[in-house]
Design a protein around this ligand. Structure first.
Ligand SMILES: *Cc1c(COP(=O)(O)O)cnc(C)c1O
Length: 427
């Protein structure tokens, strides 16, 4: 077994020398130009939260905004709030806030519904832009909902759905391919794909590209306009910290907005929603991507949550994210390899999102034992301990504490206790 992380060596003057990895973490924190952002979040005392890639923590701005919406806008101003407080315009306004985090000009993103719904919208719309083509390509390792929806859209439109790894795209592209649907970051391994290169390849074959940004937006810069993306979707409760069940988004490039035919023709997307006509005429802007009445409470929470990004430079955020994940990989190499722990996330920084997945025996039990000691990560079947490192609020000292706790659990074997093997409904 490797040396225990709690081992300390006597220093030259008989003092106790600090763990060199902890010393390095403290130095990195002292130089962290984004350290001020942490104060924009409520983080429970004593917890190291390494699951913000699944559900971001509570930004401080959320509670006052939701309270205002409930007490004053709903409670006092009642239905007049649709105009007085421009509730009607919220999906577009929040969409524009989101656009700024994705390298998109305003007027191309609408907020609402869930990622699953938006993915259905995007896939059908993308395939309808290429009538006569018969194939839809999707990543066979992507999050199940992405694959299930691709299959359903295939059945609905009579298309063949082909699964592949993004690295094999060139082999599958030809004039039969209508659309390609990939996640920018693999939810299990944390592998980051080359959005510009894959989009370019799809376009060269005449196909439409659909990006799922769930594990990318808020964690790293995405340049949707620059790479000439067509459609993109994503959720807002992960790195964007919008809260449980917060609404998703759809990006639809300006150049497609006049001709794209979205399948969910709800009244909010009508050119004249209050004309109350019996037949559907889509709005000629991003508004056509609206469906039904927006979920005002959670959208207002999201709007406030996004203010945590005010003044945060996304390139700097990316640099910090890479420093945090590099720290984890170094720790794992130096102190966890002896426990059979393998780094499943790519080591090359340009291939890495903001998470590190560690492959190990009994990953589920280890994850449960970690949670009991105040370090929250998650488990992805069959053997991954998945740890997220959102750079907005985590420090290098947090990461060190999380990893040290993991080393302790692996060393003392406490994760073998039977209570850690019980599976909850949500893993
Ligand atoms: C988180 C995630 C989703 C979530 O979809 P919901 O409709 O919000 O449940 C979908 N796809 C990917 C790739 C995800 O990471």
């Amino acid at each position: 077994m490797t040396d225990s992380p709690t081992t300390v060596a006597p220093g030259a003057a008989g003092t106790i020398a600090e763990d060199p990895l902890l010393a390095a973490a403290r130095r990195a924190d002292a130089e962290d130009e984004l350290a001020f952002v942490r104060d924009r979040f409520e983080l429970p005392e004593g917890t190291v939260y390494l699951d913000g890639n699944s559900l971001g923590p509570l930004p401080r701005a959320v509670l006052p905004a939701v309270e205002d919406l409930v007490r004053r806008q709903w409670g006092q101003d009642l239905i007049t709030s649709w105009n007085v407080h421009d509730w009607w315009g919220l999906p577009r306004r929040v969409g524009d806030q989101l656009a700024g985090l994705m390298g998109a000009a305003e007027g191309q993103v609408i907020c609402g519904d869930s990622t699953s719904v938006q993915l259905f919208q995007a896939l059908v719309a993308a395939c309808r832009l290429r009538p006569g083509r018969s194939v839809l390509l999707t990543d066979g390792a992507s999050f199940p909902t992405d694959q299930y929806l691709a299959d359903s859209v295939g059945r609905l439109l009579g298309l063949q759905v082909v699964r592949l790894h993004p690295s094999e795209l060139a082999l599958h592209l030809d004039e039969r391919v209508a659309a390609v649907s990939f996640s920018l970051v693999d939810y299990r391994t944390g592998e980051l794909f080359d959005a510009a290169e894959l989009t370019r390849a799809a376009h060269e074959a005449g196909a439409v590209m659909v990006w799922d940004l769930c594990h990318a937006v808020g964690a790293l810069p995405v340049a949707l306009d620059e790479i000439e993306a067509d459609l993109a979707v994503g959720c807002t409760y992960k790195y964007l910290n919008g809260g449980p069940g917060s609404p998703a988004f759809l990006y639809l490039a300006h150049r497609h907005q006049q001709q794209v035919e979205l399948p969910l023709t709800g009244w909010n997307g009508h050119r004249e929603p209050f004309g109350l006509n019996g037949s559907y005429v889509p709005a000629d802007s991003i508004e056509r991507a609206r469906i039904g009445t927006p979920t005002l409470l959670s959208m207002a929470a999201l709007q406030a949550a996004l203010s945590a990004f005010d003044g945060v430079d996304l390139d700097r955020l990316r640099a910090k994210s890479l420093a945090l994940t590099q720290q984890v990989i170094d720790f794992a190499d130096q102190r966890l390899a002896g426990f059979g722990v393998e780094v499943a996330t790519p080591r090359r920084p340009e291939l890495r999102g903001s998470q590190v997945s560690l492959r190990m025996p009994d990953a589920y039990q280890v994850c449960q034992a970690l949670i009991e000691r105040g370090v929250i990560g998650d488990f992805r079947a069959p053997d991954l301990l998945r740890l997220g490192f959102p750079p907005m609020y985590l420090s290098h000292a947090d990461v060190h504490r999380g990893m040290t706790t993991l080393a302790e659990i692996l060393a003392d074997g406490s994760y073998h206790e039977p209570r850690f093997a019980r599976r909850a409904a949500v893993t």
